[in-house]
Design a protein around this ligand. Sequence first.
Ligand SMILES: [Zn+2]
Length: 183
Amino acid sequence: MKQVLLLNADYLPLDIIDIEKAYIHLSNDKAVIVYEYDEPLKGVNNDWPYPSVIRLRQYAKVNKQTKIYEPYNRRNVYRRDEGSCQYCGNDITYPKMTIDHVNPRALGGKTNWTNIVTCCRKCNAKKDCVPLDETGMTLRNQPVIPFSEATIQRGLLERLKTKTLNNENTIHEKWKDFFVWMK
Ligand SMILES: [Zn+2]
């Protein structure tokens, strides 16, 4: 059974659904067809359009199940912190960036989104292995796990690759328009 790519109202991929679910959205007037497969859906009396991509009319808030977070890595920490030292606020170039464990590693601080911030060399040396509240330094932003719409797409692509479809050739050509990195 061919699958249907469900887009949010802003054209970002939201889910991969089966044809029955797609037709529920369409018949309730909740969604519109963006692209169809070449072959129609054979009905008893007549053929029906076989949607390949449908789009919600109203923007659906991304719920917890579909929320996918940015993977933790140095580059993404830099992006989250907009390239500025989270202590002094100075802009730093990526090669000059250091990462700081807010709660020092020596004291059991983890290397993860909520304990790592972008830091300039000067502040990093100043902070050393001292707990933050003993340094007199303050954080400009509380480190959080970032979430972006692009990662919804990436997460969906992973699902496409691992579960739903094993090879890129079986994805309807038109889907690629909505998964920008596939080009
Ligand atoms: Zn600094």
